[in-house]
Structures are given as C-alpha cells and as structure tokens.
Design a binder for this molecule. Sequence first.
Ligand code: SIN
Length: 286
Amino acid sequence: MTAAGTFGYGTEYRHLFDIQKLGAIVCKGTTLEPREGNPQPRLAETACGLLNSIGLQNIGVKALIREKAPIWASWRVPVIVNIAGETVDDYAQLAHQLEGVVGISGLEVNISCPNIKAGGAEFGANPESAARVTAAVRAATSLPVLVKLTPNTGEIARIAAAVGEAGADAISLINTVRGMAIDITTRRPLLGNKTGGLSGPAIKPIALAMVYEVAGAVDIPIIGCGGITTGRDAIEFIMAGASAVQVGTASFANPRAPLDVLEGIEEFMRKEGIEDIAELIGAARH
Ligand code: SIN
C-alpha cells in the first residue's frame, strides 16, 4: 500500500507507473471541511529522514466524494480513505458520509497526526480515547476499518489491543515520530509549526520494534509502515508480524517506490523458494 499523505489521491502518480499493480492506495488525510494546513516551511530534510508539519491540508470530504471517488471507481486498485477529525463526532460523520460511496474500499482512521492543535494524535495517545474513536467509526460504516497508530506513546500495545476490541479490522503503524530541526543562522525552529513528524529510514528501527510488540498483543492484521524503501525492508516488517506494508516517504525520492518494494518482495520470495507470503508473517517472532 501507499502511506497516507505521501501519494496524494493516487491520481498524481497514475501516469508515472502502473499504480493498478499495488495492493491498495491510501489517500491524504481527509477532514470534514477543507484545510489550508500549517504555516510554511512545512518540510525539512534530516539525516536519513524527513520532518513534516503539513497540518492535514486537504480538499475536504465533500470534494473528495465529488471529484476523486468517481475516478477511483474505475480503478482495479482499492483506495482507502484516511480520515482525521478534531472530535469523536467528526470521525463518525466522516465515516457516515463515506459509507456506500462507490470507489472507496476502506477507511484508515488517523488518530496519530502530530501536527494539529486538536484531535489527531491526542486521540491515539491513550487506549480509552483510541477505542472511543474506533467504536464511533465502526458504528457508522460497513467498510473495513484500519486504525493508524502513533509511536508517540509509551503504551502502543495497550492502545492496539483497545482499538482491536473496539472493532478495528486492522492496525497500521507507525505514523511519524515527533521531532524538530533548528536553523542555526536564524536561531529559530526550521518548521513554521516548530515541531513536526519524522519519517523515512531514520524511523525504521523504531517502527519495526513497535510492529513486533503490537504483533504480540493483537490478533487482527498489522500493516507495517515507517521508513520502508526496499523489498528487504518490507520483508523485515513482515517477519516482525505485519501482514502488509505501506510505503511512504520513499515515494518522494522515487515515485515508483511502492511498486519497487512489491517487486523486491516477489524477488526475495522467488530466491528463497517461498510460495506463500504467510510463511514469512511473524517469522522473526517464533
Ligand atoms: C500532516 O498532514 O500534518 C501529516 C499527516 C499525519 O501525520 O497523519
């Protein structure tokens, strides 16, 4: 899959490679109303990583239903809409509005964005609020529900378990790690929002450890995310317990990265004589 916020609405990439070969596309985090996002600058490169403080700039759910879903309806690749809100009711309303819309195959509940003042990662930081949002979305939709978790907590396994009990079909992890960069000439934080979320290879070991931990705490499928750039990275996540992976920041340097990762997984399986990817899921845990 592509990771939310790194692949637009899929439409931006469709002429660059055959996106229909992917497992799924997860679109940019979507809110009830359009959002302008945070003040610039909103991106800063760091060693082996990228800091962002976009602030969920997006076109809003109505425009998404009107302009994007009809395009997705003709695609073979399923599209999952990442939803974000400031209140539990925002999430429920989003799920309700997206119910039955042709072209939408699932929801990814974003309770992990570190760049907004209200909602987002606030909900994902403890088991009770994460479960409340999950249950509200579950009650409002018949679509598969993924819940995307934040690494910015000391209790990710308990949060994952709570989200599973509240009705999530799968869990994706991790979203970005909260971080900062400082411009030493201006003596100011580089990002307009001061802090942002770190992604890319710098966070891969953190993400892997969290997938490994969560795989021991839940029975529902895990979608691993965090710094995956090659097929070998993806295999590590699968061996840690993920049933699928998302490719994010790698797409900025190489728009074809999600397909390269998929082909890399296939190549590894051919070389190792593996017929079924299920043989590898959680292999490092036994
Ligand atoms: C953002 O738009 O600020 C990033 C989205 C996210 O971290 O979920």
